[in-house]
Design a protein around this ligand. Sequence first.
Ligand code: 5GP
Length: 206
Amino acid sequence: MQNTSGVVLVLSGPSGAGKSSLIKEVSADIGDFYFSISTTTRPMREGEIEGVHYHFVSEEEFKKEIENDNFLEYAVVHGNYYGTSLKPVRDALHQGKLVIFDIDVQGNTAVKNRLGDITTSVFITTPSLSELKKRLKSRATDSQEIIDKRMKMAVREVQRISEYDYLIINDKLDEAAKRLKLIVQFAKLKISSENINEFVQKWEVT
Ligand code: 5GP
């Protein structure tokens, strides 16, 4: 992606760690941003809205998008496909916006490989596995089987925290929000290597 002036913030962490609540909590205080709405083949949960939480598609539609090279990255998570559409992200970056992704550890690796110099990554988790279990149960949107799957996945994901720039332990929402706001300020100070080259060229002749 050439000559972009925007930056990327990747948020990962187990389902139930409170990523969505945290984004909501900080959204009024971090300036203009574009939240990337992923495409998924997972069934819609109660209360979710098409085009707001996800674009919900069939597996066939998803595979067509893969063939057409429409994804910045995609992965299979908990047995369902999830992907980040390239075009809206590219547009937002060209407009100089902060682009926020809520993606898993596989997605973080892919984004780092493609947009590493403008990307800041944050892993968000509960203080413990038992707290995660409590939160998943109280959400009451998923069956026991799905909760068990998500817990197993969480144990695997936590092993990869060291791949992230920052860790936020979401114990108290207001404390976690304070940290995230600070991280956003630093994330916005990142500049792409294209912009650095441009600056150096200008600096030498002016
Ligand atoms: P959920 O089904 O709870 O909404 O999300 C399950 C997991 O999929 C979460 O860890 C979330 O971060 C991840 N996820 C959501 N969208 C994407 C995406 O576009 N790409 C990748 N790699 N992971 C995603």
